[in-house]
Design a protein. Structure first.
Length: 94
């Protein structure tokens, strides 16, 4: 799978499902379950929080940085590491 930044968890799910596979409901559900399990078990609490603020909350990295009292580059690195960790976990699920 190419190294890509995703705009939402749904995009991650779609990419994992469509990567060499036919799109169907059962596969999408399996990806969602695996993604939830990976988020719960593999991410640090900080990574999970920042991903949630960015993807589910729709906040920009700059907004998150302001709210958290850190630099935007810290937020960006944390989210990138979380995405990579999820990608690694999910590649073995399928």
């Amino acid at each position: 799978m190419k190294n890509t930044r995703f705009e939402s968890f749904d995009e991650v799910c779609r990419e994992m499902t469509l990567h060499g596979r036919q799109d169907n409901h059962a596969s999408i559900e399996r990806v969602h379950r695996s993604l939830h399990r990976a988020c719960t078990n593999e991410l640090t609490p900080r990574q999970a929080e920042l991903l949630q603020l960015h993807f589910e909350g729709g906040m920009s990295m700059r907004q998150i940085a302001r709210e958290q009292g850190v630099s935007p580059s810290t937020v960006s690195r944390t989210i990138a590491r979380a995405e990579e960790r999820l990608r690694r976990c999910l590649q073995y699920a399928f």
